[in-house]
Design a protein around this ligand. Structure first.
Ligand code: SAH
Length: 257
């Protein structure tokens, strides 16, 4: 299970923290570290703080955007010290670890952590299915980045040791983040075309729709149906869907299976 879980750090400022995260991960049996636009990496301070976990640093994947880091993930969990304007499904580290344990054998999973100063942005948090808050001292709730990773990875390790717990079974695999993003792009395009969404006054419509569909966790078959419905709306309005953009989502084959 642990091999299907990646830890994603976004725009980390201090290279020493990246090293400490590598160490925190390896002590708990997690080895897959992804860095989105680290300010300084590789760096001697990262190596120093990683101690015996420099192999985790050596095999870390560095990318420019969060979307690249989670493209193939079916469950994305965001960690946050603060509550946000639009509430999101919020769980404890233990409950998140149990959910991850149930899904990890079949799916790639990401747990994402924010920058030391600013944390995760709203756009980043909106890409998550679940938010996790470490129930710290309400008067001083922001943990050091590596300490937060240690708490979460400890819970993941404890959950992984419970071999008696059931894993979730489903007929189709869940949609990946990349497939969800293509769906949201297509959905927004159609909502604008039918004048339901006005880009001059978008309000929180797309945020609420993101929350709704991320809560629903569509599988690939359901995603195919949703994309087919959107294409049918476009066809009915005389617009030929651009099949080259995303082939495979426009046919009706399999949908009525
Ligand atoms: N000032 C930032 C905190 C940044 S701490 C803020 O208010 O959001 C760096 C990262 O550590 C956070 O983005 C989050 O990923 C993690 N973290 C720190 N404290 C946490 C807590 N109590 N619960 C969950 N994650 C936490």
């Amino acid at each position: 299970m642990l091999e299907n879980i990646r830890i994603v750090l976004i725009n980390t400022s201090h290279p020493g923290n990246i090293g400490s995260v590598a160490r925190a991960m390896k002590t708990m049996g997690l080895l897959d570290l992804w860095l989105v636009g680290p300010l300084q990496f590789p760096h001697a301070k990262a190596e120093e703080m990683a101690s015996g976990a420099t192999d985790v640093l050596a095999q870390a994947t560095v990318v420019n955007t969060l979307d690249e880091a989670i493209a193939d993930c079916c469950l994305v969990v965001g960690t946050s010290a603060r509550m946000r304007a639009v509430p999101w499904p919020l769980v404890s580290p233990r409950a998140a670890a149990e959910k991850i344990r149930a899904e990890a054998p079949a799916n790639q999973i990401a747990v994402i952590f924010g920058n030391e100063q600013s944390g995760l942005s709203n756009a980043e948090l909106e890409r998550c299915h679940l938010h996790v808050n470490i129930p710290a001292n309400p008067d001083y709730s922001s943990l050091n980045l590596a300490a937060a990773v240690q708490v979460i990875t400890y819970e993941l390790r404890v959950a992984s040791l419970d071999t008696s717990a059931a894993t979730e079974k489903w007929d189709y695999r869940l949609a990946t983040h990349e497939e969800m993003e293509k769906f949201f792009t297509h959905l927004q395009e159609v909502l604008v075309e039918i004048d339901f969404l006005k880009m001059s006054a978008p309000r929180k419509l797309m945020t609420r729709l993101r929350r709704f569909f991320n809560r629903a966790r569509p599988d690939v078959m359901e995603m195919n149906i949703l994309r087919g419905m959107l294409s049918a709306v476009q066809t009915a309005r005389g617009r030929r869907p651009d099949e080259s953009r995303d082939p495979g989502y426009y046919g009706t084959q399999d949908i009525n299976e």
